[in-house]
Design a protein around this ligand. Structure first.
Ligand code: SF4
Length: 315
């Protein structure tokens, strides 16, 4: 066992039963029908992507195309905002749902704008193509992350987190915890290295080899992004972000280099994947380390529940 997990916990937390109309900072337990509705919504978003990308069974109506996911985020987002008890999280959700609805759904759907780009991308990027290397939005996003930190995208602006924090919220208590889950986070570096290869490849005219590299990347990202919807009841809602997302890994690295870096110390605990680690949160502004106050909640150990207790698309 890692030495920094050997401290005595101050608290043991076991998810409490919550009604659908109440959500707060700590994960709760929800009734089966709440989770069933969430899984149905995940499935609809997946079928929408499948229809537009591969099946072409319907003429891509709003309820069955890439925008289906964003309409679902709006519907579930309104539920989350209404039910959320934590004022900060509620404000963050309002911004997140507004950004997804406006920038990811309504603007590209009602008045699509082509983006300027550098290199040889595989299709004409449409705003906001922030995951497509070489586009204007891609570079602006990197700049924003450098200046303000990764959370500006991964907390406030990405539909990936939008769907997982609204539709996926009832499954938050299933998030993987413990030493092995903490080590598993390194899997994302495989996808990150692949993404770097795509960034380089798309700066040159395509050939058979680079076309395969880029095409396979888009396919794998799409399948893992949507495929992880269906393992949410086992892995918790942020599995893709923590372990598989090449974009999040890129933003995370830039986060360390930027003006608003944040990192976990050896003793850190996080709602992002390492909640069993007792802790000290440290943030850095202008290279100056500034420890934040410790709170008892930062030394929570998660107990077993009591009975009953994105190609995304290279968007
Ligand atoms: S980690 Fe990836 S999937 Fe998650 S919010 Fe960030 S960019 Fe989106």
């Amino acid at each position: 066992m890692n030495p920094d997990t050997q401290q005595e916990p101050l608290l043991a937390y076991s998810a409490r039963p919550n009604t659908a109309a109440r959500q707060d900072t700590l994960p709760g337990r929800y009734r089966w029908w709440v989770m069933a509705i969430s899984m149905a919504a995940f499935s609809l978003a997946f079928v929408g992507w499948l229809n537009e990308s591969w099946l072409y069974l319907f003429e891509s109506p709003i309820w069955l195309n890439r925008y289906t996911e964003y309409a679902i985020i709006l519907a579930f987002g309104l539920w989350r905002i209404r039910a959320e008890q934590n004022p900060y999280t509620r404000k963050r959700l309002i911004i997140l749902v507004t950004v997804v609805t406006g920038f990811w759904w309504l603007i590209p759907w009602l008045m699509p704008m082509f983006e300027p780009y550098a290199g040889y991308v595989w299709s004409q990027p449409v705003f906001p193509a922030l995951h497509t290397p070489g586009t204007l939005t891609f570079f602006l996003t990197l700049l924003l992350v450098f200046l303000f930190g990764r959370r500006i995208i991964c907390g406030f602006g990405c539909p990936c987190v939008g769907v997982r924090e609204t539709v996926g919220f009832p499954f938050r208590r299933f998030s993987l915890r413990g030493d092995w889950a903490w080590r598993l986070r390194h899997t994302k570096w495989f996808f990150f290295i692949w993404y770097v290869g795509v960034m380089v490849a798309t700066q040159f005219p395509p050939n058979a080899w680079t076309a395969t590299l880029v095409g396979m990347f888009a396919l794998v990202v799409g399948l893992t992004y949507f495929g992880t919807f269906f393992i949410t009841p086992i892995t918790g809602n942020r599995f893709y972000c923590r372990y598989l997302c090449p974009f999040g890994a890129t933003f995370g690295l830039l986060n360390h280099a930027g003006f608003s870096a944040s990192r976990w110390t050896l003793n850190s605990a996080s709602t992002v994947g390492a909640a069993s680690r007792p802790a000290t949160w440290v943030s850095r502004c202008g290279n100056k380390a500034r420890p934040q106050a410790k709170s008892p909640a930062s030394r929570i150990v998660w107990a077993a529940p009591v009975a009953s207790s994105p190609v995304p698309p290279m968007r």
